[in-house]
Design a protein around this ligand. Structure first.
Ligand code: ZN
Length: 139
């Protein structure tokens, strides 16, 4: 078996691929998009064709503030894929955005030992080559 030495290539998507395009396009411009339902006003993430709160198909993109808190996290100390080995240790986290949705991401620009549950964070964007992805740093 050969070791993977390049980052995986292919299309990232969340939910249905066509619902993900706007998210990744906006990330290139440094904007964090979630969906908002124009029928009930609730937000949701990941993107879907219908509102998970009321079932309406009247969902549209809304720019999130990018502010949130660490809901939970773990520090990754071992990485089996060679292409990411030089990044350990890193923090994988679930972020509660102030709009009320949760997003899986990484906490960056901080020592992993300084991350805590409830920590205030803000979005930052990291160019990963094929994609620009939202990450979070201490606010
Ligand atoms: Zn709704």
């Amino acid at each position: 078996m050969s070791e993977q030495t390049e980052k995986p290539r292919g299309k990232f998507f969340m939910g249905a691929p066509e619902e993900s395009e706007g998210f990744f396009e906006a990330a290139k411009d440094g904007r964090l998009l979630i969906q908002r339902c124009t029928s009930c006003g609730e937000h949701q993430f990941y993107p879907r064709k219908v509102c998970i709160h009321c079932g309406s198909s009247a969902v549209e993109w809304a720019e999130a503030s990018g502010k949130g808190t660490v809901h939970t996290y773990t520090v990754i100390h071992q990485q089996g894929m060679p292409v990411w080995r030089d990044q350990v240790p890193y923090v994988a986290a679930i972020i509660d955005l102030e709009e009320g949705v949760r997003m899986t991401s990484n906490v960056v620009d901080v020592e992993p030992s300084d991350v805590s549950i409830g920590m205030a964070v803000e979005v930052t964007f990291v160019d990963e080559g094929m994609y620009v992805l939202p990450r979070f740093r201490p606010a």
